[in-house]
Design a protein around this ligand. Structure first.
Ligand code: FES
Length: 329
């Protein structure tokens, strides 16, 4: 088999782990559980750029298909898993088909629309960085666009062939906002293949294309309910700090975004709203009074249900944007 990776090749630069470290960590698992591997080792948990390659390498290692530069196959024997009691294995199999946890499998992103900003959804279909596959199976991509109230306003299906790029205008169906504040909406994205195959580099991205500047980020699955934190810069008059929150539940959820009542205070002032089913809300946050220019202040987000949130920074005219998701670490 064609060598895939050298043993000393770094596969996750954030934790400086080599392929050999990875295979060793896989061997220490008592069952083939990718999520547990990541949480136990920290691999793929920071910038997440390596996740797709880790997933492929994990599968190859598990199947005995991972071959190093010196020709050794790194097959991992999961016989340990066979010692798990039968009833526990049956419950795990049921969980895989009908999970107990309410979870949304769609990839999610936000949509902004104004005369000065449109939102493009991009999905490529290229081979993975490390691997022998050259031609990818076509992927069918479905994009569902919703307005702020959660109403479906577009539902498109496109086939993306090997080496092709889907570049979809998700804001075309969303009427532009009033004044210079863009309308907010969201999209759900689903990918499917006609047969089991290698996923390749199909991680969807969305790009906020402003007349003054453009920013983008990859999509993600939903965040859980509870508290999450962002850090923001105090740049009144120079930037808008916006938090976009998409409700991923089949019921309304309560969301509050708060910042310290004054610089350095532990008391938070919340902006609280109820977001309708599948709706999206755009919070605008102002820095705590007394903040020094360019100082950093915390932002607290509390949600009563599954949601997907992004931080969006814009210039005062709302013509230039950057966007990011919350850090997992
Ligand atoms: S490269 Fe692996 S998490 Fe960043």
């Amino acid at each position: 088999m064609k060598p895939v990776l050298d043993d000393n090749q770094i596969i996750c630069t954030c934790v400086e782990a080599t392929r050999a470290d990875f295979v060793e960590a896989v061997r220490e698992l008592d069952e083939p559980d990718f999520e547990r591997l990541l949480t136990r080792t920290g691999l793929g948990m920071k910038c997440t750029a390596c996740r797709l390659d880790l997933e492929l390498l994990f599968t190859q290692t598990y199947q005995g298909r991972s071959v190093s530069g010196n020709g050794d196959a790194a097959k991992v024997n999961f016989r340990e898993a066979e010692r798990i009691p039968l009833h526990r294995r049956i419950l795990r199999a049921i969980d895989r088909v009908a999970p107990k946890v309410n979870f949304m499998t769609a990839q999610l992103g936000i949509v902004l629309s104004s005369p000065d900003v449109s939102t493009r959804v991009l999905v490529s279909n290229d081979p993975p960085l490390f691997g022998a596959e050259e031609k990818m199976d076509p992927v069918t991509v479905r994009v569902v666009v919703r307005d702020a109230s959660g109403k479906k306003i577009a539902d498109e299906k496109k086939k993306v062939g090997s080496g092709e790029l889907l570049n979809f205008d998700a804001s075309a169906a969303l009427p532009p906002g009033d004044g210079n504040r863009p309308a907010i909406g969201s999209f759900e994205l689903y990918r499917s293949w006609a047969r089991p195959t290698v996923r390749g580099t199909t991680r969807p991205q969305f790009v906020l294309v402003g007349s003054g500047g453009t920013g983008g980020v990859h999509t993600q699955a939903a965040n859980g309910r509870g508290t999450q934190w962002y850090s923001a810069f105090a740049r009144s008059g120079e930037e808008h700090t916006l938090i976009a929150v998409r409700n991923c539940e089949r019921r309304p959820i309560d969301v509050a975004v708060g910042r310290p009542e004054s610089c350095g205070s532990d008391t938070f002032i919340d902006d609280a709203v109820t977001i309708p089913t599948h709706g999206t809300h755009l919070f605008e946050v102002t820095p705590p009074p007394g903040s020094d220019a360019d100082s950093i202040f915390p932002l607290r987000l509390n949600a009563s249900g599954l949601n997907k949130n992004f931080i969006v920074i814009s210039n005062p005219g709302m013509t230039s944007f950057s966007v990011d998701h919350i850090s997992e670490s």
